[in-house]
Design a protein around this ligand. Structure first.
Ligand code: SAM
Length: 218
């Protein structure tokens, strides 16, 4: 497949990520943020104590035949990300306990160097309806640089500290799930996407590790 001479700018491309990334030039991106399928492997329906059904993540995009099929998918998109990232570029990837450890193994096997693992503490998590486990109130984000020896990745330390009342930004981030007006709904009031993330995830933190407009745009 012919590679694009330049990556698209300010565009949302809806396509298979592995095929589309394969069209990107080598070493063209400063940062990649990935929110891949969780591979939840749900077994049966989940109900609330009032018997109403919980709309979980039952989408076909989250279904893989096996753990190794999920690992292969992860290695496919992540290898393309690695090729398309600049040597000092960074990868953010978010996941839950279902997938983040597998994703982390692939990431390390490919030679990425982990800079932080961040915990998103959900201030309004969904309860554990059956009362058989702890309330699952966190997700994890891995932040990794492409090449271990590169120390010149983007990290706007001073700006984040200033915004954080003079304190260093920590690796535990506390904010709500995506609810209310932020949650995109269809005309029947149903969620358009089962796993929409809140804007707070990006705002003021992830975006401060992104060097925008640094491609050669001549
Ligand atoms: C966890 S969800 C991401 C949710 C998104 N961050 C949001 O806030 O709405 C995972 C997404 O990966 C997409 N996906 C799965 N396989 C894909 C593929 N091969 N190429 C592109 N996207 C894919 C699914 O369609 C799904 O929307």
């Amino acid at each position: 497949m012919a590679r694009r001479r330049k990556p698209p700018v300010d565009q949302i491309v809806q396509a298979d990520c592995v095929a589309e990334l394969a069209r990107m030039p080598d070493e063209c991106f400063d940062m990649c943020f990935a929110d891949p399928p969780y591979n939840l492997q749900l077994q049966g329906e989940l109900h609330r104590p009032d018997r109403s059904r919980v709309n979980g993540v039952e989408d076909t995009w989250d279904q893989f035949d096996s753990m190794s099929a999920y690992d292969e998918f992860t290695a496919a998109w992540m290898s393309e990300v690695k090729r398309a990232l600049k040597p000092n570029g960074t990868l953010w990837v978010i996941g839950t306990y279902h997938n983040i450890y597998r994703v982390g193994k692939v990431l390390q096997d490919l030679g990425f160097w982990i800079l932080n693992d961040v915990t998103w503490v959900k201030k309004n998590p969904m309860p554990n309806f059956r009362g058989v486990r702890f309330t699952n109130a966190t997700e994890s984000l891995i932040w990794a640089v492409r090449d271990q020896e590169r120390k010149d990745y983007t990290f706007n330390y001073a700006l984040m500290k200033e915004r954080n009342e003079g304190k260093q930004m920590r690796s535990d981030w506390r904010f709500n799930l995506c609810t209310g007006n932020e949650r995109i709904k269809d005309c029947d009031g149903q969620k358009v996407h089962s796993t929409q993330k809140p804007e707070a995830l990006d705002r003021g933190r992830v975006q401060e590790t992104r060097a925008t407009l640094r491609w050669d745009r001549d």
